[in-house]
Design a protein around this ligand. Structure first.
Ligand SMILES: Cc1cc2nc3c(=O)[nH]c(=O)nc-3n(C[C@H](O)[C@H](O)[C@H](O)COP(=O)(O)O)c2cc1C
Length: 207
């Protein structure tokens, strides 16, 4: 297969489906935000990663909807400057998937997905009690790639607090992957678990 993206009959949706079928497994952020009126919102984003260690910055990328609109997550973060990223593990995969339904902005998605909101320490949006790790973030900046349907926005958030449940911490102080069981998004409706892992020592320079 060769696709010249400037000269193809394929729609952006077709090309998107191909790209996400090889850009994977992608980590999933379950993003908790809140409207200025206090309505809680939850949504998963697999266009998500850590992009800076010092300062610690994460990005999540909501795309524009079919009618060029911004997703509730982006609207809320633009209005309040705050959000929480809950880590998605196998145990909350179904609830995470439920939260991706296009609920209206006035719907509390914690209630719809049977997840439990608990107060954060610094920001207003709630933590997800069922997730082993929640990160409180303050908006750093947003970069938008237009307003066409499917156009992405990159929301950069500075981590201001991390909540990790003690029972998931390994001896070295980091999260234990065996216990954590994060999941990754593949193409189509598929997901991967982290059950099958291998280690590679960092290489020595060959001289
Ligand atoms: C596993 C998973 C990953 C997703 N990743 C993204 C993503 O990276 N960007 C995006 O715009 N939508 C993504 N979605 C779809 C959104 O979660 C969905 O549009 C949701 O309704 C947005 O909610 P909101 O309007 O409350 O922000 C994903 C859905 C699932 C199930």
């Amino acid at each position: 297969m060769f696709i010249d993206l400037a000269n193809t009959d394929q729609s952006w949706q077709d090309v998107y489906k191909i790209i996400v079928s090889f850009v994977n497994p992608r980590p999933i952020a379950l993003v908790s935000s809140i409207s200025p009126d206090g309505v809680r919102n939850l949504a998963p984003f697999s266009f998500y990663n850590m992009v800076s260690a010092n300062p610690p910055i994460m990005m999540v990328c909501p795309s524009r909807t079919r009618d060029h609109g911004k997703k509730d997550t982006q609207v809320n973060i633009e209005a309040t400057g705050e959000f929480v990223v809950a880590t998605v593990t196998r145990s909350i995969a179904d609830a995470m998937n439920d939260s991706s339904a296009p609920y209206a902005p006035e719907v509390d998605e914690f209630e719809k997905c049977a997840l439990t909101p608990t107060p954060a320490s610094i920001v207003k949006p709630s933590l997800v009690a069922e997730s082993p790790v929640n990160c409180e973030c303050k908006l750093d900046r947003i970069i938008e790639f237009g307003d066409e349907p499917g156009a992405g926005a990159v929301i950069f958030g500075r981590l201001v607090a991390i909540h990790a449940k003690d029972e998931f911490i390994a001896d070295d102080g980091a999260l234990d992957p065996e216990k954590l069981q994060t999941i990754g998004r593949l193409g189509r409706n598929s997901y991967a678990t982290t059950a099958d892992r291998f280690d590679l020592p960092r290489p020595q320079l060959r001289i």
